[in-house]
Every structure is written in structure tokens, then in C-alpha cells.
Design a protein around this ligand. Sequence first.
Ligand code: GLU
Length: 413
Amino acid sequence: MEKLNPFDTILKQIDMAAEKLKLDPSIVERLKHPRKIIIVSIPIRMDDGRVKVFTGYRVQYDMTRGPCKGGIRYHPDVNLDEIKALAAWMSWKCAVMDIPYGGAKGGVACNPKEMSRGELERLTRAYTAMIIDEIGPYKDIPAPDVYTDSQAMAWIMDTYSQFKGYPVPEVVTGKPIELGGSEGREEATGRGVAICAREAAKHVGIELRGARVVVQGFGNVGKFAAKLLQGMGCRIIALSDSRGGIYKESGLDTLAAIEYKNRTGRLSGFQGCEEITNEELLELECEILVPAALENQITETNADKIKAKIVVEGANGPVSFGARKILHQRGIFVVPDILANAGGVTVSYFEWIQNLRREHWTEKEVNQRLEEKMVKAFNDVLALAKQYNVSMADAACLLAIRRIADAMKKLSL
Ligand code: GLU
């Protein structure tokens, strides 16, 4: 059985890169360890008067290429190995996109679906207060991730600003537009996924018009990826959220599905669709599959059953290390997470620049810059895949690790 601990995957990916790039063992040793791990116990007064203690993490993986950057997730399964892996992937993602950041990730083990708005605000403010010395616009800049949103970012900014005594919008990205957020940030990850799907289709020789698309996950990434791919002429045949999926071979309307989900809180029951499970959804026949939910959805157990021609990893780590190998051997073109979902952090970077300069760019300008960055990164990774005769997933790791290792070497550490 394949080990599905995401940090084991990081170590395997570093070993693969070390061998191919003939890296100095001292650099490899550094790459394998996060620079700082912060763990906090956060006591929160719940609405019923009880005090509950939540465990929160922030892992700063690497700062060689710039301040740490990465989201904060709220999920019952959050644990240290997961956050360490996600922090490493953030470093690599920023390196693949060639933006001047290192990587970090944070998380609190909690179930936000069962918490009130007041409880979430107290949790977010208390977590921020407990890591306040570790974050900052030139140190570590949080952002949204699974089950956190612009509202949580507003609370983080406010808590940090109260501590400083003046507004510091540049301490966090993914904020509401009214508080210094960027145009286009909300859709950015989905937009980057759609751009990667488009470039992959071009490369593989698939006509986008009428191409069947399946999207797993209907959060910030999945819903906008589906919406934008539909806008590019694709046929969206299946969508899902954590409760299950909906399927319609002739194609469904994503905007109507978004409206339905906003109204009812779920996708199931959406008009004219068959109900399917998340497992069935992944195995549907289609041109483009976008797993945009959580880690390890495609593993060695189901990789043989995937019928898509292109897989675009919208989530972080949705395809396991072993499954990526199987898909590559089967001729399925996989656009890896650290490239495919990097649109979010790229527009986070634009938001940070706008905040530091006290500017506000138009949506058109943001989208244009994102388009350029995504296409450049896609081609950089593709060129390396050809040069080393490896998958896009391995090539993206090689590119990221080479850029970080080159920077480390200049510091002669
Ligand atoms: N959480 C997102 C990611 O995994 C965005 C991070 C950011 O914008 O800093 O890429």
C-alpha cells in the first residue's frame, strides 16, 4: 500500500530532484527541513458558554527567495505533516511562478461548518494574536485556503493593524476589495486552472470547444474553474462538493449551479442531473478532469480507472506521488498543483504590490498580468519536461527546486 502522508511525498520529490539536478547534499539537507514550525493552543469561548481549545499551526518552510507566503486552512483533518507539506509546496509554487516569495502554510483543526460567525471571528482573531510576532508584510503573509475566505482575512488584517496601531493591509492577501483586496483575486485560482487546461489542451491537441470537463470540489477553485472553462466553450458534464456529485452528459450550466449552491448550500438536487458519488465522478469519461477538493483523491487505488485525457490539479496534492506516475505512464497529461493552482498566489502577489504602493489596479490589468505569468510558467515547465524527458509534475518540482537551490548557493549556506 502506498503511504499517503503528504510530507513523505515532499521528501520523495526532493530526492528525485536531487538526483536529476545533481544537487549538493548540503542543499538537499536544507530543502528537507522547514525553517520554523509554530504550534498554538487557542482557547475560544463558544456560543454556549463553554471554552474549547483548538490547535493551530503555521509552518514557514523557506525564506530564501523572499518573505514566506501561503494560506490558512480551517478543516477537521488539519495536522502538522499536512501543513508542513503544504508549506513546502507553497515555496515551490512561488518559485515556479518566479514571484519573490518563500512558502508557508497555516491551519487550525476545526470544523467551520459547525461554527457560528462569532465563533469563527474569535478563533481567527485569537489565532492571529498568537502568531502575531511571526507574520508581517516582509516576513510572512497569510491568505485564504480551504474553508477560509476574504472575511477571515479582514479579521487577520484588523487584528494585526490594532497591534501595530495603524492599518497594515499588506500583511495579508485575499482581503475584501473594500479593505485593499485586489480585483480578480477571488477568481484567480480558478482562472489559472482554466488557463492551464487551455494550454494543456493546445499541447495535447484537444479542441476546447465541446470538450467534456469534470470538476471535483465546488469551493473557490472548482466553481470558478468550471465557470471559466464553460466560457471557453467546454461542456461541463459533472460537478461535486463534499456531499457528492451531479452529472449531465449534455452539459450543465455552472452559473445556475453556483446560484443553486448559494441558495441551498449543496449541489445535490440540481435540476436535470443524475446524482453520483465523488469516486464515480473521478472515473467519468471526459477530456479534462479538475480535482479541486482536497489531497489524495487520485491514488494508486483508482489511478488505473481515470479516463480523462488531461488532469489539471486544482487542489494541492490531489494526485498522490504513485498515482502521478501511473497517469504519466498511461499517457494522461497531468498539470501539477504547484503550476495549475498558482493563479491564486500570483494575484496575491499583485495584491501585496498594490497595497505596498497604495494603488488599485483594474480587473483587466490584473487578469492580463495573470495570463502572462501563467502562460510563461506553463511553457517554462513544459520546456524542462522535454529537456529531462519527465512528466510535467516532475518538471515543475525540478524548476522550483533548482530556483530555490540556486538562490541558496548564492548565500553560500
Ligand atoms: N491558499 C492558496 C494556495 O494554496 C493561496 C495562497 C496565497 O495566496 O498566498 O496557493
